[in-house]
Write a protein that binds this ligand. Structure first.
Ligand code: ADP
Length: 455
């Protein structure tokens, strides 16, 4: 808008003075031809006529001068004012053009509208008439106006930007809150979004989002209830079936080999299903926040020794427990920690060669302690690595042991995270896997608290 106004004002300034200069130029050419008609000898007559015409046509405000074809000054009007323009100076700034144009001049800055008229005598150019109108004061007013317009535009632009930013913030703040809530959503936390103030459209969106969360949490609750009920309902009959199968198998002398094999398989599958039902129940408990962890300081080494003894009672495997330099104490629930370790060790045994040893080591790293279970077994393909903690995920059932459920690591993760720890895995196909449980270092937090209480 400012640029357009500047262009408009410049055109107006030039246009209005073009007419005045055309009038004076017309009068001059008329006077010039009249004076020429009275004179004698071409050059002398022209010069005399020019000088006469300049005097006649000159006005107070307009400066006229004539140059011959060799660009020498032939005549000029008198400049009366004290701050008169130096004609010599002006002549160096001006180029001949019949169209009026703005000519800026030195210090103090002056502006003139200048245009030219070609003078002819008997179809021969005898010189050029220049007409200059001093528009410095108008130009000054016009630049002041433009400066004000520019400042007002900038101010308006600033206000507009501020207002737009405010509106955008009004809209994006609730959207950010929605995105934050959405990123934190989990089965256990489906709490609705609450915002004090938000635009109407966003309020509608939040309402729809909260309604969706409510439906989700209802569906999730139903699913949880279903798993819980189904697991409970299945466990009792399966235990009964297993009991019967075991008692028949104990009296296997009455059975032929084929019947023994069939009943053996049925008993194995029943036990596997009971195991799976128990795991599903545990997951349902973890999902509904029913798992209660009794966190207390535990000296790790003796707990690990006990765990390894339990495992060695079931499997003939070489398990190496590395002795830590000092007593390492973690904050954990011994029952759940032991169960998680048993599961990792069972997996390590299942997925590695019986001749290979399994190493268990402890390390203290400032605020946390890590327990690693390392095997040199079949390893896990990188494409499965990110999924093995998902429920029912089995990396490659065809390659791996029969009888797994794909729930063990999900439960181990829920237990470890329930104790405020993390569980991670590193693995390479045919090289082995290393599972690491990290838990809060009791020694570190105790020292830290002591230091704080000392201060
Ligand atoms: P599963 O009952 O099938 O063992 P898990 O949840 O314990 O279920 O393990 C999920 C999958 O992770 C397994 O099916 C297996 O493919 C892979 N896995 C777990 N531990 C190991 C290991 N030590 N070595 C190789 N693969 C493993």
């Amino acid at each position: 808008m400012t640029a357009w106004s500047a262009w408009q004002m410049r055109s107006l300034l030039l246009g209005s003075h073009q007419r005045t200069l055309d009038d004076v130029g017309g009068r001059f050419t008329h006077d010039f031809s009249v004076a020429l008609a009275q004179g004698s000898g071409l050059d002398t007559a022209a010069v005399t006529a020019i000088q006469a015409a300049v005097q006649t046509a000159s006005t107070k405000n307009i400066l006229l001068w004539v140059e011959n074809p060799q660009m020498e000054l032939v005549a000029s009007s008198v400049v009366a004012s004290a701050d008169a323009i130096q004609l010599q100076d002006l002549r160096t700034h001006v180029n001949f053009s019949s169209k009026s144009h703005l000519v800026p001049m030195g210090e103090p800055s002056r502006y003139l509208v200048v245009c030219g008229v070609a003078l002819e005598n008997q179809q021969q150019t005898v010189g050029n008439l220049y007409l200059a109108y001093d528009v410095s004061s108008q130009h000054q007013a016009y630049t002041t106006y433009l400066r004000h317009l520019m400042m007002a535009s900038l101010l308006l632009l600033g206000l507009l930007t501020g207002a737009i930013a405010h509106c955008v913030r009004q809209v994006t703040q609730p959207l950010k809150a929605i995105s934050d809530t959405a990123s934190k959503l989990s089965a256990t936390d489906l709490s609705p979004i609450t915002l004090d103030q938000s635009p109407e459209e966003i309020a509608g969106l939040i309402e729809a989002f909260n309604a969706m969360l409510l439906r989700l949490s209802e569906a999730w609750e139903k699913q949880r209830q279903f798993i819980n009920d189904a697991s409970h309902e299945l466990r009792t009959p399966l235990t009964v079936v297993d009991g019967y199968l075991q008692s028949i198998l104990r009296r296997k002398d009455n059975l032929n080999l084929l019947q023994q094999e069939a009943l053996g398989t049925a008993a194995e599958e029943t036990q596997r299903t009971i195991h799976m039902v128990e795991e599903m129940l545990e997951i349902a408990r973890a999902d509904s926040g029913q798992l209660v962890f009794d966190l207390k300081p535990i000296v790790l080494y003796p707990l690990l020794q006990k765990t390894l003894q339990t495992i060695q009672a079931r499997h003939l495997r070489s398990l190496i427990l590395r002795d830590p330099p000092g007593p390492i104490i973690v904050l954990a629930d011994p029952k759940y920690l032991q169960q998680a370790l048993v599961h990792l060790l069972e997996n390590a045994i299942q997925y590695s060669d019986p001749s290979e040893a399994i190493c268990i080591s402890l390390a203290e790293q400032f605020d946390h302690v890590s327990i690693t279970v390392q095997d040199t077994g079949i390893g896990i393909d990188p494409k499965h690595l990110n999924h093995i903690f998902e429920r029912f995920y089995r990396a490659d059932p065809a390659r791996h042991r029969q009888g797994g459920t794909g729930l063990g690591l999900t439960i181990a993760k829920a237990w470890v995270e329930g104790m405020g720890g993390t569980i991670a895995v590193q693995s390479q196909v045919n090289q082995g896997s290393t599972f690491t449980i990290s838990l809060q270092n009791y020694n570190f937090s105790k020292n830290h608290d002591d230091q704080h209480s000392c201060c």
